[in-house]
Design a protein around this ligand. Structure first.
Ligand SMILES: Cc1cc2nc3c(=O)[nH]c(=O)nc-3n(C[C@H](O)[C@H](O)[C@H](O)COP(=O)(O)OP(=O)(O)OC[C@H]3O[C@@H](n4cnc5c(N)ncnc54)[C@H](O)[C@@H]3O)c2cc1C
Length: 166
């Protein structure tokens, strides 16, 4: 279905962009029972996230199962020292603290992780590689978003198309 300027849509939240951030935010909001519309200016979802191969995390179950010990505190110090304490420390700390929960959240949505590695020679094993690259993760997020009643509109720069409606 093509949406137009005369159409009025009722929603709690509008998420602009359906890349990795937008797709994850849109689904997470529907998980909390909110009505969500996700707008994407391109004909397809994914943004740059569809090209990614894995994500960083510390203290994940996968690391524990593989006996890789690297703590949140160690990761925080390493990142902040490396960048001369210039980034927002609170933001970095939150990102690190939530990283393992993000892996659990994705695994519950049936994203498969098939490799744990380092993303540079001699580095810590923090790199969690998912099957099907980022494209598969975006598709899983968007599928769950639709199942929870979320509305995705693509090509929002011209004549928006509501995905899933006939
Ligand atoms: C080749 C490549 C490989 C990468 N590999 C990895 C990796 O392995 N691991 C990792 O952690 N990171 C990786 N990255 C980085 C990671 O992919 C990005 O940091 C992440 O995808 C950014 O996601 P995002 O949703 O914030 O932004 P984007 O991917 O830029 O998504 C933004 C979306 O919003 C849409 N949009 C923009 N403006 C509007 C508008 N006005 N209205 C509607 N829609 C709009 C865009 O079309 C796009 O779809 C990689 C990046 C690249 C390019």
């Amino acid at each position: 279905m093509t949406a137009n300027a005369e159409q009025v849509m009722d929603t709690d939240v509008v998420v602009v962009g359906a890349g990795a951030s937008g797709s994850a935010a849109a689904y997470a909001l529907t998980e909390q029972g909110l009505k969500v519309i996700n707008l994407e200016k391109l004909p397809q979802t994914g943004g740059t996230g569809q090209f990614s191969e894995g994500i960083f995390a510390v203290e994940s179950k996968i690391q524990r199962e593989n006996n890789h010990v690297f703590t949140r505190d160690q990761a925080f110090k390493l990142v902040m020292d490396y960048s001369h304490w210039r980034p927002n420390a609170k933001l970095v700390r939150n990102y690190i603290n939530k990283s393992a929960d993000t892996i659990d959240w994705l695994q519950d949505l049936v994203v498969h992780f098939d490799k744990l590695t380092s993303n540079y020679p001699g580095g810590y094993y923090t790199w969690h590689i998912y099957q099907g690259r980022g494209r598969a993760v975006i598709d899983v997020l968007q599928q769950h978003f639709a199942e929870k009643g979320g509305k995705l509109l693509v090509k929002t720069g011209s004549s928006p198309i509501m995905v899933g409606d006939s």
